[in-house]
Design a protein around this ligand. Structure first.
Ligand code: HEM
Length: 416
């Protein structure tokens, strides 16, 4: 019975969620001594869960959907209607194949990394001229330029594109005036990308068959028909936006290099072997995606509890990653931990759980880890810089989190 599930005691916990942010679910799980509890958020009954068993349930149960599991503005700014994340079953698996083919292929990922490296190096002379730069802002600009080049999306105004793509993530967790202007910017970008798709299909915009924009334009959906232009634009943005979002992990990686100078020195001395472990530990320890939502479309069961159709669930990603039962001495930053997206498991889940081709697990982990690794290498080996005094606090009630200053660096010199 649902009434046997521990309850957090609140009439509605929305304010507590805003106040506690990433710690909302972990705080209650530890207070109640349970991996599951009931609460009410935005006046809606919710069941919150944490840990690998719960992740397996949320990612592998056929009776769950992502539809109706997020507030409208969050959905519109992130995945959007009609996107792969809103599909289930066979239709989902078929569309997901497009992303797996584009994003989990070593050669195409290596191409993106090479472009990223080139754009970063190309930016160094400008940084040398400036007294200081915000690494977060600069990483976002570099990532925007890189992903648009890589995907084959012409972008005449890359400042606008950077702002629009960054804000889709920045304001997804809130309802503020900035959320509305971000939605408007998104609409503008969708219009631009939709016109590009139409031009590709008409042959007015020529590009190689392997470029992502071309592959999305040519893709046939489960029904056998090409994607509607609007949907093709949404899916293209589902590649552009999250690549730019890696800028947040890059700011965290720089913060962790600053806090652990022994690693900075190691990479500067040429250690290549631990770069990936470092990038993975950045993803484990940095608060980014707090939790994912799901909704039951039929009766489902977990650990003997039966949930009715319509039940809303929140799975705690961040709390699972900072749980000492699964990650011993979880507060310590230890790149030696053997954790990797390659395992496709239900414990190390910064970007979702299970197997990417068949569940809603993120197909972009190979790219994310590749770009963080590349950024760490560039920071340590291709430049010298100082970290001036600034507010580096990471506030846990700001979703998505970021070092407060955006990580400012100064006195930049390229190493030649
Ligand atoms: C799905 C996080 C980077 C594309 C997801 C999910 C999470 C996530 C948690 C699962 C959502 C769910 O279960 O409902 C992140 C984070 C990233 C990142 C924190 C760091 C920047 C990327 C990249 C790409 C990407 C680089 C593509 C280039 C997608 C897509 C889905 C997804 C298309 C939907 C998958 C599906 O529903 O089957 N991401 N992601 N993400 N991600 Fe990522």
């Amino acid at each position: 019975d649902l009434r046997d599930i521990p309850h957090d005691g609140a009439f509605d916990a929305t304010w507590s969620l805003l106040r506690e942010g990433y710690e909302f679910i972990p705080n209650r799980c530890s207070r109640l001594g349970s991996d599951i509890f009931r609460t009410r958020l935005m006046l809606r009954q919710a069941v919150c869960l944490q840990g690998p068993d719960a992740a397996r349930f949320i990612y592998e149960s056929p009776g769950l959907t992502r539809r109706g599991s997020m507030p409208q503005t969050t959905l519109r700014l992130l995945q959007d209607k009609g996107s792969v994340q809103q599909l289930d079953g066979e239709a989902h698996r078929h569309r997901k194949g497009l992303f797996i083919g584009l994003l989990m292929e070593p050669d195409t990922v290596a191409t993106l990394e090479a472009i990223f490296r080139e754009e970063w190096i190309g930016r160094l002379p400008e940084w040398e001229r400036r007294e200081w730069v915000s690494l977060f802002d600069e990483a976002n600009l570099i990532l925007t330029r890189s992903v648009c080049r890589w995907a084959g999306v012409p972008m005449s105004d890359d400042r606008f594109a950077t702002a629009a793509l960054t804000r889709m993530v920045e304001y997804a967790g809130h309802m503020r005036p900035a959320t509305l202007s971000s939605l408007w910017q998104r609409r503008r970008m969708e219009g631009h990308v939709r016109r590009c798709i139409e031009q590709v299909r008409k042959g007015d915009l020529c590009m190689g068959h392997s470029l992502p924009l071309r592959r999305i334009a040519d893709f046939r959906d489960f029904s056998g028909a090409p994607l509607e232009p609007d949907i093709a634009a949404v899916e293209t943005i589902n590649i552009l936006r999250p690549v730019v979002a890696v800028g947040r992990y890059i700011a965290f990686a720089a913060l962790l290099l600053h806090r652990h100078p022994e690693w900075h020195q190691r990479f500067r001395d040429g250690d290549e072997k631990m770069l990936e472990g470092f990038a993975e530990e950045v993803r484990r320890i940095s608060p980014f995606f707090p939790f994912v939502g799901a909704r039951a479309v039929e009766e489902v069961e977990w650990r003997g509890y039966r949930f009715p159709s319509g039940q809303w669930f929140l799975l705690d990603l961040y709390g699972t990653l900072s749980d000492g039962r699964f990650f011993p001495r979880s507060e310590d930053f230890r790149p030696e931990r053997a954790i990797s997206w390659r395992d496709q498991d239900c414990t190390f889940i910064p970007q979702g759980a299970g197997s990417a081709p068949t569940t809603h697990r993120c197909p972009g982990e190979m790219i994310t880890v590749g770009l963080i690794r590349q950024a760490v290498r560039l920071l340590c080996r291709s430049m010298d810089y100082n970290v001036p005094r600034q507010d580096l606090e990471v506030r846990m009630n700001r979703i998505p989190a970021l070092p407060e200053s955006g990580f400012t660096i100064s006195g930049i010199k390229a190493r030649r």
